[in-house]
Design a protein around this ligand. Structure first.
Ligand SMILES: [Zn+2]
Length: 276
């Protein structure tokens, strides 16, 4: 009988430790942080003037002087993604490996748990080749948030609630403008579709994160309305116009994402672009 009790206790401990297993940083990640932090400190401590030459190749006189008034640059955009992976554990593993060269500041699981993976002031590698307005290095100016979702199922209520709370914190802390809460698909049209057509952009806009069309559109697009200029004004890279149209529709219309603007899509675009 005693043996059975002991066996049951051991089994309970194993089950408990399996359930409560935390996705802590591995030793490899910790060691990597130490060397990476050292190299960043070395950059900050660099005290040499930038050397420049004039058109004749003559060195322009320059001298390092230094100032005491500085801090780190702040993020000014939030880029939302879906992971398109099988689980949070898989995403965290991918972001903890050197080879894939991808990361994000936050990962939010379907049950609403937030995994903070990188200090907000650091530059994560989530945007890739992208452009929004005239910003061509989105990684340098943004926070990346990955939602554990495959793209073809609705986002859970717990996940959306955690996201909204996180966005409120980021907006307040870094004074991020409402217009600057956007999706990966917005900044990389034709290359990335996330967070996709099922993402609750309307609900986010109601809370002050990103824009959405008015509840009732009273003014239709005039006959001479130029959709390409409007998309560009919002921020879309229109070098591939059909891709930009699809990206706009996935975010602001969310009925279908064919690369053609219907009269209804045009009215939405006319309504939305005037908010920028
Ligand atoms: Zn993405």
């Amino acid at each position: 009988m005693k043996k059975i009790n002991l066996l049951l206790t051991i089994l309970a401990v194993i089950i408990f430790s399996a359930c409560s297993k935390k996705l802590k940083p591995s030793q490899v990640t910790k060691d990597f942080y130490t060397t990476r932090t050292d190299s960043l400190v070395a950059v900050i401590e660099q005290q040499t003037a930038t050397s420049l030459t004039d058109s004749a190749g003559v060195a322009i006189p320059a001298e390092w002087v230094g100032t005491v008034n500085f801090n780190l640059r702040k993020p000014n955009y939030v880029i939302i993604h879906y992971t398109a992976q099988d689980s949070v554990a898989q995403t965290i593993r991918t972001f903890s490996l050197v080879k894939p060269q991808v990361s994000a500041h936050y990962v939010i699981s379907g049950n609403g748990k937030i995994y903070h993976m990188l200090n907000d002031y650091m530059r994560a590698w989530h945007a890739g080749v992208s452009k929004w307005g005239n910003v061509t290095d989105m990684n340098s100016s943004s926070i990346g948030i990955e939602l554990d979702n495959k793209g073809n199922v609705p986002f859970t209520e717990a996940q959306t609630k955690s996201l909204i709370t996180l966005l409120a914190y980021l907006k307040r802390t870094y004074n991020i403008p409402q217009a600057n809460f956007i999706g990966h698909g917005d900044i990389a049209p034709g290359r990335k579709p996330d967070p996709g057509i099922l993402f609750p952009w309307k609900r986010l806009a109601e809370k002050g994160f990103g824009f959405w069309q008015d509840p009732v559109i009273t003014e239709v697009a005039p006959a001479d309305f130029n959709a390409e200029i409007a998309l560009k004004l919002i921020g879309y890279d229109v070098s591939n116009l059909p891709a930009a149209i699809s990206a706009f529709k996935r975010h602001f219309v969310q009925i279908e994402d064919s690369p053609v603007l219907t009269p209804c899509d045009l009215d939405v675009l006319f309504n939305v672009y005037r908010k920028y």
